[in-house]
Design a binder for this molecule. Structure first.
Ligand code: ADP
Length: 517
């Protein structure tokens, strides 16, 4: 498409330029707001201050040096000239500074003077008796009046004459006034002035410094932007990767492999992704396990119902089928209750109403409630040391937690000597006081390799035993959720649960909770 046709198209379709214009302004706004740009601006601003201050220092130092040089030259010359006048002018004075002799005097002095210097001899009455140089008599008289008005007559007089033969530059003239007394008490003042910056060095220096300053800032801006861009590159990598990571692809990692702050940020980000991935996988696993657990009883119910419906059956058959269905239904009910408890614990909804409770009292209550079941199984359920151990917790949750532990003890211990012991007390640990609750049995114990997973949801040491029908009349029915609930409850109260087990000797669960003060 030619340029002409593009213009024609744009004018025919005026709205078509707007999106790209707004895109451009959006890009510009993003650029101006970017950290790279702002870092560069800060860098350049600080450098501008430092280099600016340095250039100003150099310039004003040079002004001072130039002025001092001019002054010392003028003072030295003025002393020489004053002596010269004193020695050789008395006769001319008598003649009133007129005629060719006085001109000769000035001409004789010329080698002491520079081209742009101004020399004048002014009488006590203010009359300019003799002068040389480019300054007018009015200027010289004005310099003398300024000198007369000055508080310190030994100080030089600045006289602003910006442009005299192009030599004075912007610094003007500097005058030194030396009183010269002649014979017969005739008082005169010798004015000797010269441009502060006779060579015009200062404007050149100002120009050079200005150029250096501008160039430095330009280079600093370019270099600063390049550096900032390099420094921010890892951030762009992090942003890009973070954008690519979806809920289903949590396996991506940054792996920046740097040891600086950005490397640490990337590592933290990677660790967070690790945790997220684990959490998502746990969640996925949990859902899969829950569906699996529910599928079996549902299949049993369907099977029993189909069987009962096939042809005519005796009432005993129907009763048996209905009992199986009820049993499976109860089991599912228990499982759903446990799932609900866990879900509510996870969302922090199941904290109940915390109140000051004594773990020893909870232990007594649970032992009382479960004793008949222990007797049924010929087990002894005993209370050991039960010291007052106050905690701040919800009573139902505490009972639920201890019931799960004691029920497990009863469920997995068998034999004549089998016993379950419940204890409670207070111990100083890790710098604070903890209330503890211990359930110990002398059952079969748990193999060491299972201990790290014992509190995982749906984890069973022996999956085949999962569906042993209820030994105790509790909601726990071998789903592998009982200990997960115990841990959830303990953690919701800022506590922890521990397990110790020895094969053939028994298992001990200890729950630690912060003591209520
Ligand atoms: P379950 O409903 O299967 O009992 P839990 O979460 O309560 O689920 O327990 C998980 C597993 O830990 C059980 O399958 C069991 O093998 C083991 N376990 C728990 N308590 C004991 C115990 N006191 N003695 C031996 N094994 C135990």
């Amino acid at each position: 498409m030619t340029a002409l046709s593009q213009v024609a198209e744009q004018s025919a379709n005026p709205g078509s330029g707007t999106p790209s214009a707004s895109r451009d302004s959006g890009t510009l706004r993003r650029f101006v707001r970017s950290v790279r740009f702002r870092l560069t601006l800060w860098f350049v601003a600080i450098l501008a201050l430092i280099v600016g201050a340095f250039c100003l220092f150099i310039y004003f130092r040079q002004v001072q040096v130039t002025r001092e040089q001019t002054l010392s030259r003028l003072e030295a010359q003025s002393g020489l000239l004053a002596n010269f006048y004193r020695a050789s002018v008395h006769s001319a004075l008598e003649e009133g500074f007129e005629g060719s002799e006085s001109d000769a005097l000035v001409t004789q002095n010329q080698p002491l003077l520079q081209v742009s210097d101004a020399l004048a001899l002014v009488g006590a009455d203010g009359q300019v008796l003799q002068h040389s140089g480019n300054l007018s008599i009015e200027d010289l008289a004005a310099v003398r009046s300024a000198w007369l008005e000055a508080p310190d007559p030994t100080m030089p007089i600045d006289y602003p004459l910006p442009q005299i033969d192009g030599a004075a530059g912007s610094q003007g003239y500097l005058f030194v006034v030396t009183p010269v007394e002649f014979e017969r008490g005739i008082q005169t003042d010798l004015l000797l002035g010269g441009p502060v910056d006779p060579g015009g060095q200062l404007p050149r220096l100002a120009l050079t410094l200005g150029l250096v300053y501008t160039l430095t800032l330009l280079v600093a801006f370019g270099g600063g932007y390049w550096l900032a861009d390099r420094a921010m590159h890892p951030v762009q990598v992090i942003t890009g990767t973070a954008r690519e990571i979806g809920e289903r692809d949590l396996s991506r990692r940054l792996h920046l492999g740097r040891e600086d702050e950005l490397g640490r940020l990337a590592d933290t980000f990677d660790q967070m992704l690790d945790r997220l991935q684990r959490a998502f996988e746990r969640q996925r696993q949990f859902t899969a396990n829950a569906s699996h657990e529910l599928r079996t009883p549902l299949a049993v119910i369907e099977l029993e119902a189909d069987r009962a419906l096939e042809g005519s059956r005796t009432s005993d058959d129907y009763r048996a089928a209905l009992e199986v269905i009820r049993e499976e239904n109860e089991w599912m009910g228990g499982l759903v209750d446990q799932l609900l408890t866990l879900a509510r614990m996870d969302s922090g909804l199941a904290l109940g109403q915390p109140e000051r409770l004594d773990l020893a009292e909870i232990a007594v209550e649970v032992i009382d409630r479960l004793s008949p079941l222990a007797r049924d199984k010929d087990l002894s359920l005993m209370a050991g040391q039960l010291d007052e151990s106050p905690v701040l917790a919800d009573q139902t949750l505490m009972t639920h937690m201890l019931t799960n532990l004691v029920a497990n003890g009863l469920k997995y211990s068998t034999g004549d000597q089998a016993q379950v012991l419940v204890e409670a007390g207070i111990t100083q640990r890790l710098g604070r006081r903890w209330a503890w609750l211990r359930v110990a049995d002398n059952g079969p114990g748990i193999p060491a390799e299972h201990l790290p997973h014992l509190f995982d949801r749906f984890y069973r040491v022996d999956p085949a035993r999962g569906r042993i029908r209820r030994i105790v009349d509790l909601s726990d029915s071998g789903s592998g959720l009982g200990l997960a609930i115990v841990q959830s409850i303990a953690r919701s109260l800022n506590g922890e649960v521990e397990v110790q087990s020895q094969l053939g000797r028994g298992t001990t669960f200890t729950v630690w909770l912060p003591e209520a003060t």
